[in-house]
Design a protein around this ligand. Structure first.
Ligand code: 6GU
Length: 244
C-alpha cells in the first residue's frame, strides 16, 4: 500500500511514521508513505494557498489551484488512480470497518485541509470520499490523517506482530476487549484472576468472553445490538447488570 498525504505541514508526519510499528512496517516494505507540501504547487508570487471566502465570513479558504496541481502531480506517481480521501469533520466517521476496507486499497491520497475550509470545487472534482475521526473539530486534517493511517496499516499482514492479535482485540468480534494481566501474579497484594493461572484453556476463553460482554454492556451497550449472544449469555449478563 502506498499513501500520499497532501498537506501544508508535511514535517509533522516525520517523527510518528519513522518510529515504532509504522516505522518498522515501512522499513520492511509493508507500506510506504510520503508527505507532499501543497504550498510547493502554488503558482502565485508569494505561494499563498488560501484566500478570503466569497460571500464573506470568518476565516480563509484553501484555493483550488495549488490543490488541483498537487493532486494531479501526485497521481502521476501511481500506476492505477488512487482513491482521494479528504479529511473533514463533515465526512463519514472512521470506525473499524472503514479502516479495514480502506486498508485494502493499493494507493491512497489523503488530503488535509487547514484554515476554515476547502474550496468546494476540490471536493466536487477531486475527492472520492470524506472521512472524519469524530464529532469535534481539529485545526487541520493532519492528526486525523495520522489516525486513519495508523488504524489502516494494522490490517496489513505483518504490520502487527502476531496474526491472532486481530482476532482477539477490541471490535474484531464486535465487543470491547477483556482485561489483560502480566507478571507478577501478585502486585502489591492485588491478585490476577485465578482462572488465568489455571492452565484451563476452555475456562480462560469462557472467562474472557464473559468479561468482554460485561465491559461492552456497561460501557457501550449499543455495540451489543447487532451481536449474536446466546440466550444463556443474555441471561447471565442481565443478572450481572442487576447489581451494578
Ligand atoms: Cl478529518 N478534520 C478536522 N479538521 N477536524 C476533524 C476531523 C477531520 N475529524 C474530526 N474532526
Amino acid at each position: 500500500m502506498k499513501i500520499s498525504v497532501l498537506t501544508l505541514f508535511p514535517e509533522v508526519f516525520g517523527p510518528y511514521f519513522s518510529a515504532s510499528v509504522p516505522g518498522r512496517a515501512q522499513e520492511n516494505g509493508l507500506f510506504s508513505m510520503e508527505a507532499v507540501n501543497i504550498r510547493d504547487f502554488a503558482t502565485n508570487k508569494h505561494h499563498h494557498t488560501d484566500d478570503a471566502p466569497f460571500g464573506g465570513g470568518a476565516g480563509m479558504v484553501m484555493m483550488p489551484q495549488p490543490v488541483f496541481d498537487c493532486v494531479e502531480a501526485v497521481k502521476k506517481g501511481y500506476a492505477r488512480p488512487p482513491k482521494v480521501v479528504f479529511m473533514s469533520p463533515c465526512g463519514r466517521v472512521l470506525d473499524h470497518t472503514l479502516a479495514r476496507s480502506l486498508s485494502q486499497e493499493e494507493g491512497l491520497i489523503l488530503l488535509c485541509g487547514h484554515y476554515e475550509g476547502m474550496d468546494q470545487r476540490v471536493i466536487d472534482r477531486l475527492v472520492d470520499l470524506e472521512v472524519s475521526i469524530g464529532d469535534y473539530v481539529l485545526t487541520g486534517g493532519e492528526l486525523a490523517a495520522m489516525v486513519l493511517i495508523d488504524a489502516m496499516i494494522r490490517f496489513i499482514p505483518g504490520v502487527v506482530g502476531n496474526s491472532d492479535v486481530h482476532v482477539e482485540e477490541s471490535f474484531e468480534n464486535g465487543l470491547l476487549e477483556y482485561p489483560q494481566y502480566t507478571r507478577p501474579a501478585d502486585f502489591r497484594g492485588d491478585l490476577v484472576p485465578s482462572v488465568l493461572l489455571s492452565g484451563n484453556h476452555a475456562a480462560i476463553a469462557a472467562w474472557r468472553r464473559q468479561q468482554s460482554l460485561l465491559t461492552t454492556a456497561r460501557r457501550r451497550p449499543e455495540l451489543l445490538e447487532g451481536e449474536a449472544l446466546t440466550p444463556k449469555e443474555r441471561a447471565w449478563l442481565a443478572e450481572q447488570l442487576k447489581t451494578d
